[in-house]
Design a protein around this ligand. Structure first.
Ligand SMILES: [Zn+2]
Length: 562
């Protein structure tokens, strides 16, 4: 699952001082792979996920060697299973031409006679997509404090300006398209003093992205800036400065260095049995990439895992609202509850320092489940009438870029894809992960947004399962603030009018953290998701007609709307 556009990208605040309790989980940190079977089993899924989410995969970030290694594993398995390659030039791979973009270290900007130097006075918060907006010749204006919506600039005041914002927590944010600052020329986020090591580390990260189209709109760039540099631009101390106070005029633009950073989708076909219907495809997908290393360095794994689980359970409700006093108290109580005897725990087990985002659930779980689904179909006696198109997308974490690329440049005719089933994060969903969680928990998103018939089929097939899922469709609601419908690969199929089903066991405390590891996965739950996908796919691929699209198709070039 990819980040919400306006979510925190990095912060100076995650340094939990809480003490680890002994984990009750019995699963090991490492596990030797065993040969997989035709059936979808817990053992098979473990054998696959302990490889795919191992530290040696380096967090599988698209545009890095880790993603190449992860996709090599999938392709090797497809070959062994005997699926037909359906990428470029008879291979399993569709190359996706990413670029890596970083702020040029020779960049300087000036105002009020002061010259600011990249990586000393400021860094750029990684951004996606288009070329950066020009800042040369724009006026510096003070915009107040991040999060203080009562004292802020209007959209008219911010438009075309270089806005300086104080961010007391040090949080580095991208500005949302709906923010009054969205039409600013640039935004500088200013913490308490000098740039921190964490901000510098985040600023050094390359942005992995597709080359922007020549006519793509320019992007608003957020900079992290030292307090003294911001004060020189404004010509006044930040403390006590009124919102709307203006400073000098910016001279110079941000310069970027770009290099090729190849990455790839993995694509395979299982031919259908019907001589006519085999020319149509049911697509089944997941994303193979994850988010790489933790930019700000290693943390104590056990402490972080416990802290995050508690924090997520408390923060789950109400969604996205700041913590109330009661919620904060409840969180403190929970944190206190896990603060057990540091000395004795540490005597048993030393702290494990961890900096790799393994992405076991996100989306190692979906990727390995789709591989098990492919193996089950390949080994099955009765082939479905329609062909199955398996796609492991890259760059999902960079803004659904691999699925965007595949749906723009499909390796089979786009019109021949009758529906897409997407699974992303299907290995958790228990009581310890979210309040509504259980053995049967599964979130369902998008299944009726284009085709009522497909939505009905999902419900009907579920009723025939040995252990039916309890579907949670909360996150499918129009306008839901978590924006889940727009945050995984199915959307890029839906924007072309292809009916989709998205299934996930949901977000949790370890989401996008170094603690998303194979030992926390519920393999029985995940295996049931896999068997459900097989049953649903069989039903859809054997229909005597395509799932009927009875809802309006979106504009494929418009922004996604939850
Ligand atoms: Zn993700």
């Amino acid at each position: 699952m990819c980040l919400r556009p306006a979510l925190l990208l990095g912060a100076l605040v995650i340094a939990p001082t809480i003490v680890a309790a002994q984990s009750a989980r019995p699963l090991p940190l490492k596990r030797r792979a065993q040969p997989t079977t035709a059936a979808i089993t817990e053992n098979d899924l473990m054998s696959r996920l302990y490889v795919f989410a191992d530290d040696s995969m380096m967090g599988r970030e698209a545009g890095t060697p880790g993603a190449m290694k992860g996709t090599a594993y999938i392709a090797a398995e497809l070959k062994r299973i005997g699926l037909t390659p359906a990428g470029d030039n008879g291979s399993y791979f569709q190359d996706v031409p990413f670029i890596a973009r970083t702020l040029d270290s020779t960049t300087t900007i000036a105002a009020n006679g002061a010259t600011l130097v990249a990586y000393r006075d400021f860094v750029v918060v990684p951004f996606r997509g288009a070329q950066p907006r020009a800042i040369d010749g724009t006026q510096v204006i003070f915009g107040g404090v991040v999060g203080d919506t009562a004292h802020t600039l209007t959209a008219e005041q911010a438009e075309g300006k270089f806005v300086v914002m104080r961010t007391p927590t040090g949080a580095l944010v991208r500005i949302a398209a709906t923010s009054p600052l969205a039409k600013a020329a640039g935004v500088a986020l200013v913490g308490a003093g000098d740039l921190t090591a964490s901000a510098l580390a985040t600023g050094r990260l390359a942005t992995m992205t597709l080359p922007p189209a020549p006519d793509a709109p320019s992007a608003l760039i957020s900079l992290a800036m030292s307090a003294s540099a911001a004060e020189r631009l404004l010509g006044a101390p930040l403390q006590g400065l009124a919102v709307g106070a203006t400073g000098g005029t910016i001279l110079g633009n941000l310069k970027f260095v770009e290099r090729g950073a190849p990455t790839r989708n993995v694509v395979a076909i299982l031919r259908g049995s019907d001589p006519v219907l085999r020319n149509e495809y049911l697509a089944i997908g997941a994303h193979s990439d994850h988010v790489g290393y933790r930019a700000s360095g290693p943390v104590d794994h056990d402490s972080l895992h416990l802290f995050l689980a508690q924090r997520y359970l408390v923060m789950e409700n109400p969604t996205a609202a700041p913590l109330s006093a009661e919620a904060r108290q409840a969180m403190q109580a929970r944190v206190a509850a896990i603060r057990v005897n540091l000395d004795s725990v540490r005597a048993l087990r030393p702290a494990r320092r961890d900096s790799i985002n393994n992405g076991a659930d996100d989306d190692g779980s979906g990727s390995m489940t789709v591989l098990e689904v492919a193996q089950a179909f390949a080994a099955g006696k009765a082939r479905p009438k329609r062909s199955l198109l398996f796609v492991w997308h890259t760059g999902e974490e960079k803004g659904l870029l691999g699925s965007r690329y595949f749906s723009d440049h499909p390796t089979v005719s786009r019109d021949s894809i009758v529906a897409q089933i997407n699974i992303d994060m299907v290995g958790r969903g228990g009581k310890g992960d979210l309040g509504a969680g259980s053995d049967r928990y599964l979130q369902l998103v998008g299944s009726r947004r284009l085709s009522t018939e497909l939505g009905d089929l999902v419900e009907a097939v579920n009723k025939t399962e040995p252990m039916p899922f309890t579907f949670d469709d909360t996150f499918d609601a129009d306008g839901h603030p978590d924006n889940i419908y727009c945050r995984s690969d199915h959307y890029n199929y839906a924007r072309y009018g292809i009916p989709v089903v998205f299934m996930t066991t949901g977000l949790h405390g370890d989401y996008h953290q170094v603690t998303d590891e194979p030992q926390y996965i519920d393999y029985a739950h995940m295996a049931r998701v896999g068997r459900f996908v097989v049953d649903l796919a069989t039903r859809v691929a054997n229909l005597d007609h395509r799932p009927v699209v009875d809802k309006p198709k979106p504009d494929p070039t418009a922004a996604c709307k939850q």
